[in-house]
Design a protein around this ligand. Structure first.
Ligand code: ZLS
Ligand code: CA
Ligand code: ZN
Length: 393
């Protein structure tokens, strides 16, 4: 293909299943599992599978899901039928159990299969890292960071990230979780609130009452009770509309650079939600594929075993561009792949602008006003620096 060869000295594994991509949340729902098909077809059109170990994933077992989620919740998830959805059209979120069946987390046919496949993808990725069979494991079907122990939330039913991190903790003393989805990674943060073996860092749009989920303020650094080892191990980077590549990249490198030297993670779990890109249907930022991908490149440069998860992303062609390009970074082929989408790529018609790197103007008719001042971003970095003084490893 385009001179894409296996990286020397390290292994990248790609975990996916086309079964997952066939599920539908409903006509109008923003979450479109077929964006994974689009991603895979772009990765394949560029010839990247030749440079990776490719695994068709299995379903996670009930016992595996049970390592984080409660049995009550899983039993309902496994048996609830779409017909059980409340029919009160004026108030669709009324009377839903475990937050299942409302408009954000609908019950749909094959829901349990979909969830167990997403989790299976991330668990397989974690196992490859633990067995030292991969240096970077890719699970674009995972990244569902809002799910709670006994509750669905924000399009997420099973928290595959928590399950994967629990696997990593069997072998690695400290895991760094980084979340570049435009939403706050609340479910993962909460799951590891009381341990100092996981540090969570989420970058997100923050505007309580207006933007989901409304948590993740600058001063939310984990419960500060006296005997909680997890205190100071949650870092939040609350941002405003319209942040640019340059600002985001600078912020990301200074924060993650500092976190890396103080926390000294032995493994990294990076949630790459693509709804932080410009032109996303639910997002608010002005990031281009280059700015988003710079985060992946920086994490790779730290030379620590890493899982790349998917997450949000509601403009499928942009999701596919970002995740395909980030796959090329993982295998070290980013210098070799041409920006032009290959002629023979199926679905090529989806990529209106036939390049991997659309400009801001191509991504959205009217770029958002940037409401992030340089002063505010400096204050955020200073606050994080203060927090890290409490962290000693
Ligand atoms: O991070 O804002 C909310 C909650 C509501 C407002 C929307 N209504 C429908 C329900 C109650 C307060 N929910 C967010 C969830 C965002 C989840 C992001 C997930 C992730 O990217 C990780 C995967 C939200 N924002 C937008 C919508 N929901 C939303 C937009 C459009 C629709 C269609 C389908 C359903 C109802 C109409 C819907 C939800
Ligand atoms: Ca985030
Ligand atoms: Zn999101």
């Amino acid at each position: 293909e385009f001179n894409i060869v296996r990286p020397k000295g390290y292994t990248v594994s790609y975990h996916a299943t086309s079964e997952m991509e066939k599920h539908h949340f409903g006509q109008t729902h923003p979450m479109k599992p077929w964006r994974l098909t689009l991603t895979k077809s772009l990765v394949t059109a560029y010839g990247m599978p030749f440079a990776m170990d490719n695994y068709n994933t299995r379903h996670a077992t009930y016992e595996e899901l049970n390592s984080f989620h409660s049995s009550d919740y899983l039993d309902y998830l496994a048996t609830a039928a779409p017909e059980d959805q409340p029919r009160d059209l004026d108030n669709p979120d009324k009377d839903v159990k475990f937050n299942l069946g409302g408009s954000d987390c609908p019950l749909f046919h094959g829901l349990y299969d979909y969830c167990s496949m997403s989790a299976g993808t991330s668990l397989d990725a974690a196992r490859k890292i633990c067995n030292k069979q991969s240096d970077i494991a890719i699970a674009w079907g995972g990244g569902l960071h809002h799910a709670k122990k006994s509750e669905a939330s924000g399009f997420c039913y099973i928290n595959d990230i928590v399950l994967a991190i629990l696997q990593l903790l069997r072998l690695y003393p400290r895991v760094l979780y980084i979340d570049i989805d435009v939403h706050h990674g609340d479910g993962v943060e909460e799951a590891f609130f009381s341990t100092d073996r996981v540090m969570t860092v989420s970058f997100h749009k923050y505007q309580p009452e207006v933007f989901f989920p409304g948590t993740g303020g600058l001063n939310d650094n984990g419960p500060k009770s006296e005997h909680n080892p997890g205190a100071h191990h949650a870092i939040n980077v609350p941002l405003n509309d319209g942040i640019t590549d340059e600002q985001y990249e600078h912020l990301f490198k200074s924060i993650i650079g500092q976190v890396n030297t103080t926390f000294r993670p032995s493994a990294i779990a990076l949630q790459c939600g693509a709804d932080s890109l410009a032109g996303d249907r639910l997002g608010r930022f002005n990031l281009k594929v280059e700015g988003h991908a710079a985060c992946v490149r920086f994490c790779k440069s730290l030379g620590i075993p890493m899982i790349l998860f998917g997450g949000g992303g509601y403009t499928p062609r942009n999701v596919a561009r970002a995740w395909a390009y980030e796959t090329s970074i993982a295998i070290g082929a980013d210098q070799n792949i041409p920006a032009e989408i290959p002629q023979h790529a199926p679905w090529r018609q989806h990529f209106v602008h036939e390049t991997l790197f659309p400009t801001l103007e191509q991504s959205m008719s009217e770029p958002r006003n940037n409401k992030n001042t340089e002063k505010r971003l400096r204050d955020i970095v200073a606050h994080v620096h203060e927090q890290l003084r409490f962290v000693q490893h």
